[in-house]
Design a protein around this ligand. Structure first.
Ligand SMILES: [Zn+2]
Length: 246
């Protein structure tokens, strides 16, 4: 095989890895936001549970104040009993006290049901608290794991970038420019394998004559469909004796 083609294959492997690393590093924040979404959801649920608890507490407090007010009213009504002149007035007076006492009863019933609701809402807050603590742990772990992973990618990327000029120096400037123009044009894939008369870049058919040429010629050939540089990988020879090696 042409030495420049060998170098181009090597360069493509480098560039594919560089591209993959760059994509991985660039998309890390979006992956992180996916991890964050369930934490945010848990946080929103906790806030909602807390608001619900506060609203029930407020209603209960209002009813308790209402009862105090009615009790005060009854007390005042009772102190006026002595001033009542006739039976008609007295009946109306009793009725008013009775009505207020009924109001107290209704408010007390409501407080009982509010207490049940309060108990439920407190349990919901506790449960959401447990959930958010678990989500926080999960998020922190995912964050740490991702940061570690990204750091490894950065180190690898820096290493590859440092090594790349050494590979580039093995080919002519023209060949390099030719490679780079296809690389840019074909979204990072300029050199591809030809296998079973198929271009592994565009998956289209390679004419049989050209496929033979790929196997035998020392020329750098391009796919007629996608313009990518093609290479043929000769199968490695069978191990001696035909025994399968593991
Ligand atoms: Zn092709």
């Amino acid at each position: 095989m042409n030495d420049e083609l060998k170098t181009l294959i090597e360069l493509q492997q480098f560039d594919s890895r560089i591209l993959a690393l760059k994509i991985r590093i660039d998309t890390a924040p979006s992956q992180f936001s996916a991890d964050e979404a369930s934490f945010k959801e848990a946080n929103a649920a906790l806030e909602k549970a807390k608001q619900n608890q506060l609203s029930v507490e407020k209603k209960k407090k209002e009813k308790e104040t209402e009862i105090e007010d009615i009790k005060e009213k009854i007390k005042k009504l009772k102190t006026r009993s002595a001033d009542i002149k006739n039976n008609k007035e007295y009946q109306a007076h009793l009725k008013e006290i009775e009505k207020n006492e009924k109001d107290i009863k209704a408010a007390e019933d409501l407080i009982l049901s509010l207490m049940e609701k309060l108990d439920e809402s407190q349990k919901a807050v506790l449960s959401e608290n447990t959930r958010i603590n678990a989500e926080k742990l999960k998020l922190d772990a995912a964050k740490a794991e991702l940061e570690k992973e990204i750091e490894q990618y950065r180190v690898e990327l820096e290493g590859l970038k440092k090594e790349r000029p050494g590979i580039v120096s093995k080919i002519s400037k023209d060949t390099y420019n030719f490679y780079m123009s296809i690389l840019r044009d074909k979204r990072g894939l300029a050199v591809v394998k030809a296998s079973n008369e198929i271009c592994c870049g565009c998956n289209l058919h390679i004419p049989p004559q050209m496929f033979v040429e790929l196997k035998t010629s020392d020329e750098i050939l391009q796919c007629q469909e996608c313009r990518r540089i093609l290479y043929y990988e000769h199968p490695s020879p069978e191990p001696a004796g035909g025994a399968k090696q593991q």
